[in-house]
Design a protein around this ligand. Sequence first.
Ligand code: DQQ
Length: 536
Amino acid sequence: NAMFSWQRSAYHFQPQKNWMNDPNGPLYHKGWYHLFYQYNPYSAIWGNITWGHAVSRDLIHWLYLPLALVPDHWYDIKGVWTGSATILPDAQIIMLYTGETNESVQVQNLAYPANLSDPLLLHWLKYPGNPVMVPPPGIKPDDFRDPTTTWLGPEGTWRLTMGSKFNTTIGISLVYHTTNFRDYELLDGVLHAVPGTGMWECVDFYPVAINGSVALDTSSFGPGIKHVLKASLDNTKVDHYAIGTYAPKTDKWTPDNPEEDVGIGLKVDYGRYYASKTFFDQHKQRRVLWGWINETDTETADLKKGWASLQTIPRTVLYDNKTGTNLLQWPVEEVESLRLNSTMFKEVLVEPGSVVPLDIGTTTQLDILAEFEIEPLISSTTNEIGNCGDGAVDRSTYGPFGLLVIADASLSELTPIYFRPLNASGGTLKTYFCTDETRSSKASDVFKQVYGGKVPVLDDENYNMRVLVDHSIVESFAQGGRTVISSRIYPTEAIYGAARLFLFNNATGVNVRATLKIWELNSAFIRPFPFERDSV
Ligand code: DQQ
């Protein structure tokens, strides 16, 4: 549909057509990255959920493969829902996924590749003894889903965790033990529970190294290691995480800071983002995070354009040992292979209340690195509050300042990505990193929001951001990836050659000096696998 074709991304993964949601079972096998995903083969809205499948050499260029798992047994006939992969020490691959049964009960099922020597893992077998886990007493049949990757415990037993809820409001993660992946034993206690957070979907649980420099296999534990617990909150559709300590003997996890516990503290991404999942990439020794970027237009528009949703650019995840409070997320290095021509700007002065154009030609596919220095002109004495404010129009002494992306020349459409440092008590600054979608589109039937969260900025640091622009998606990373925002925008004017890029400073009391390096990005190849005739 030509009317919507400009919204189609150029280098983010999305199916050729129809609906996609959660990333499933990501893994690396024999030279290929595999991505499975929740997919409706028949329509651009959620339903008939099967596992789509695509492979890549580099996490950027993708080849679509035939569907991997389809709803064809009583235990998954109403949907092959979210699941995770485990690669065993002997290289076997275990896939555990949620099935929605003929009676709408959520159960866990086991599948495995028919032929491990096939790098494409085209054929999957479902274990004849499925389901392998059914809702235990006290858990409602529709509150039991999304098993994690399994990890190996100290005495040789494999474990997995899975989100649910107690009563109506307590978010929990159950723990199961297994030795053979057919029989599973539920532990009495939970891995963790947080009152008031509701049903936990798509739990993810993984180790991070405190030294911040290496990624760890999912089974790692011991000194120098912390564990991240992530839950996707069904009530609010937000992915939250917390960093803490895991005790493998008791299978309990404790947050470092109970005030920033799972679901009440940090978000994985402060924008339009859900159902994320990591995997350990044994090929490049890194932990890679996938996440689903949903649409914010109407279902009618999605049906007209024939597709809905994208995946983020995969991100590496490390522990931020400078703050000790955050993860660092960063686009995988392979995205840099798309970089074309670059333009540098050095110490561009942006005075209070001004907008400065960055003349770089086409701006719909960009990789932007920007650093900002602020020079106070007046000093603020009052305590300033309000987080991201009511968007980029909301002025304070030190902010907002940043970029206007996907803007047209007359600024009738624009999306500000900005810092908003606020004068907190005792003369310290508390900084928010934000995206303001409220003027991103003249269309009235799309959801536009001001997104953002606080970002730690250390004393010796400038403000810095990296922004990936891809037509209707903007992924923004502040301070090396401490705070991340994905947004979905639907401009009507700022499309193709009409899209422009600007710097802005809407603070009242600081000069901003911006230094930038901006690359135009090539499109990725994302297309069907070129099977030779009769080969499948
Ligand atoms: N999506 C799947 C569920 C999961 C939800 C169904 C999260 O397994 O809980 O499509 O988006």
